[in-house]
Design a protein around this ligand. Sequence first.
Ligand SMILES: *Cc1c(COP(=O)(O)O)cnc(C)c1O
Length: 371
Amino acid sequence: MKIPLLDLKAQLESLRNEVIPALLSVVESQHFIMGEAVGKLETEVARLSHARFGVGCASGTDALLLSLKALDLKPGDEVITTTFTFFATAGAIHNAGGRPVFVDIEPGTFNLDLDQVEAAITSRTRAIVPVHLFGQMVPMERLLALASGHGLAVIEDAAQAIGARQRVKGEWRMAGELGTTGAFSFFPSKNLGAWGDGGMIVTQDAALATRLAKLRTHGGAKEYDHEEVGFNSRLDTLQAAVLLAKIPHLTEWNAARRSRAACYTEGLAGVNGVTAPVTHPDNEHIFHQYTIRAERRDELQGHLKAGGIGTKVYYPKPLHQQSCFGYLRYPAGRFPQAERAAREVLSLPVYPELSDAACEGVIDAIREFYA
Ligand SMILES: *Cc1c(COP(=O)(O)O)cnc(C)c1O
């Protein structure tokens, strides 16, 4: 049995008749820039995230970049984030003029360690960028208390977590709901994927939403009238139309991912050499990735590949070890949990269309390797 890491063609089959007509109607309108679908999607994503405003933009990276630009960072201003994330998180901090300050992760959830966030706050800190890694939210109550105690902005990197939620004081709160802004990515492989690049920022703050909408179109609210220098970072209307057709399915898809994850966790229990990912009891995880720790990880990956099973290492090199961040002068060994995770993690196939048989096939192949 061939089991790819991700099978977007399986989703296409179930959606073709909803997405193609939506695309054709954009083509008929010839309204490709800021067409009707963009505003509609902004409303839908804001609703999903319990946010007042949604601002579409060109990618998840730009959702972070625009959010950080709106902080008007000065040279030397620090922004705290995790070293164990996709590159864009820290790249956006750098490109917004901030100095990335990395912290290590909690070994169970792979999310940033809040004790270390607290210890990293200085008089130059302006913001924290928590990453809801692999689809599980960072503990927001404690993070927000830390941030508000020091007057810091919180830019949620929710690129992997659209639709994830967390019980805070007994109430469900969505990824992106509680931060200064939340940044989503519609990269095709994300839980809500476009047919190209796309992103969105959500916020509760009306003035900030207006500023962000300006920043995404060259810094002017009116055409040919520029109050500041912004960017060209709009969400394409064709992509918005694809996403509008897909978004009604997201809750059901995320639940299907959770059930695939439960199948793995049950099937891998008791396999010596494998540690299943930990879900915090207050979280509803959406399993953008199902990521185990594995002894002899590279050999296991080779064994699975030989059996036709796709896997991937997210992430093989923590950001403090990337040569482009050499100027930050973090020595090797500075963040031992992240460095260890980079050696041990392996993400298994997880998507709504993954069959029970495929899930069992992956489990059997892993059991066989450690037998
Ligand atoms: C995908 C991703 C991004 C960037 O999103 P793009 O849409 O690819 O620009 C940022 N942060 C994290 C954690 C991501 O996984």
